[in-house]
Design a binder for this molecule. Sequence first.
Ligand SMILES: NC(=O)c1ccc[n+]([C@@H]2O[C@H](COP(=O)([O-])OP(=O)(O)OC[C@H]3O[C@@H](n4cnc5c(N)ncnc54)[C@H](O)[C@@H]3O)[C@@H](O)[C@H]2O)c1
Length: 434
Amino acid sequence: MRIVMIGTGYVGLVSGACFADFGHEVVCVDKDQSKIDALLNGEIPIFEPGLDELVAKNVAAGRLSFTLDLAEALPGTDAVFIAVGTPSRRGDGHADLSYVYAAAKEMAPLLPDGVVVVDKSTVPVGTGDEVERIIRETAPELQFSVASNPEFLREGAAIDDFKRPDRVVIGVNDEHAEKVLAEIYRPLTRNESPLVCMSRRGAELTKYAANAFLATKIGFINEIADLCEKVGADVRDVAKGIGLDSRIGNRFLMPGPGYGGSCFPKDTLALLKTGQDYEAPLRIVESVVASNDQRKRSMGRKVIQALGGGEQHGKTVAVLGLTFKANTDDMRDSPAISIVQALQDAGITVKAYDPEGMDQAAKVLSGVNYCGDAYEALDGADAAVIVTEWDTFRALDLDRVKGLLNTPVLVDLRNLYSRHDVEEHGFTYVAVGR
Ligand SMILES: NC(=O)c1ccc[n+]([C@@H]2O[C@H](COP(=O)([O-])OP(=O)(O)OC[C@H]3O[C@@H](n4cnc5c(N)ncnc54)[C@H](O)[C@@H]3O)[C@@H](O)[C@H]2O)c1
C-alpha cells in the first residue's frame, strides 16, 4: 500500500516508520522545515528508543521518505493519515482542531480517487464528519472515504506498542475504507492483534474514553495514597491487593506526582467539553481533572514540608527528573513544572537534572540551574526530590548522595526506594502513600 502521513511528530513518525517496516511505501509530510531537514539528514527530531534504527533501516530500503511538499507526496496514494497535533484550545479546553482542518483543506484538491483519509490524531466525536465536508466542498466529484484510526501508543515504548498493540481500533462508515485499513494492518492481524471495527464516531469516542479511564485509575490510586499516609497503610500493598483482581488489573496503579504529558491532560478536558456539548456531563472525569491539578501543586508543598515548611528563602532543592515520565523528552504538562514553580514561589533555588528532557524543560522553566548529572544537581542542595522514574535514579549511590547534600532529605515521588535502605543511610525519607 502507498501511505502518506501528514504530521511527522511522535505519532506520525513512529506510525510512518512502523508502516514502512511492515512493507508499505510511506511518505511523511510536515510543515516544519527544521524537522524535515533533520530527517533528511538522518537525524531524529524526538527522543524515542529504537526509532533512529527503524527510520534508518526503512529509509535505506527505499520504503520511507520525508517531504515538505504535499503535492509531491499525494499522487497514487491509497491512504492519507492525519497525525497533526490537537492541543487544548486556549480558554475553554476544547480540542483545537485547526491543524486537522487545515490539513484537510490542503489535501482536498490533490487527493486521488479512491483514497481513504484516516484520522489518527485524537479528535472529538464528529470531526470525521467535518473533515469529509471540507474535502467534499473543494472536490465535489472526488471518490473518497474518511475513517478514524485512533492511536494508543505510549511515548517511550512507542514502537513496541505500535507493533504489538492490545488492539487496533478502526472507525469506518463504508466497506472500502474497512478493506483498505484491514490491508494496511494485515501484518498485525496476522500476528493475532485484534482489529476492532466500529463506526467512525464510535472510534473517535473510544480514544477519549480509554484515556479518561486510565487517568481515572491514576487519580484514584493517588487519592488512596493520600489516605494511606493518613491511616498508616502502604499504598503498594493496597495497589497489589486490588490489582490482582482481574476485574481491576494491576497496571496504572502506581501512585506518583499526578499525570501529565501530551495526552491525558488535554484529552480529559476535551472529553468534558464533548460531554457538556451533548448534555451528558461526565462528573467522574471532572473530579479526576480537578484532583490531578491539585495534586501536582501539592507535591511542591510536600517537598517544602520535608524541609520544615513555610518560607524557605536561601534553600536549594535538587530536582531529579523533569519529563512527565521516563524514556521521553516530553515536558508537556509535566508535574515537574508545577513542582518547580511551587518551590521557586517559596524562595527555593532549584537545581535539576533530567537524562533527556533538559532542552525541552529550558523552554518552559526559567530560573533553574540545569546540571550535567544527578550528583552535580545534588551537590550543595538541602533536599533531593525524585520527580521522574528514570532508571538512572533507581540506584543512586546513597553514601555519595548524603555526602553531597547539606541535609540528607530525600523526597521520592515515584517510590523508587525502600524506606529501610534509605533511612539506614541516615536520610529523612518521604515517599508517596506509605
Ligand atoms: N504523543 C503521544 O504519545 C500520542 C499518543 C496517541 C495519540 N496522540 C495524538 O496524536 C496526535 C499527534 O500528536 P503528536 O504528539 O505526534 O504531535 P506533535 O506535535 O509531536 O506532531 C504534530 C506534527 O504535525 C505537524 N503539522 C501540523 N499541521 C500540519 C500540516 N497541515 N501539514 C503537515 N504537518 C503538520 C507539526 O509540524 C508537527 O510536527 C494528537 O492528536 C495526539 O493527541 C499522541
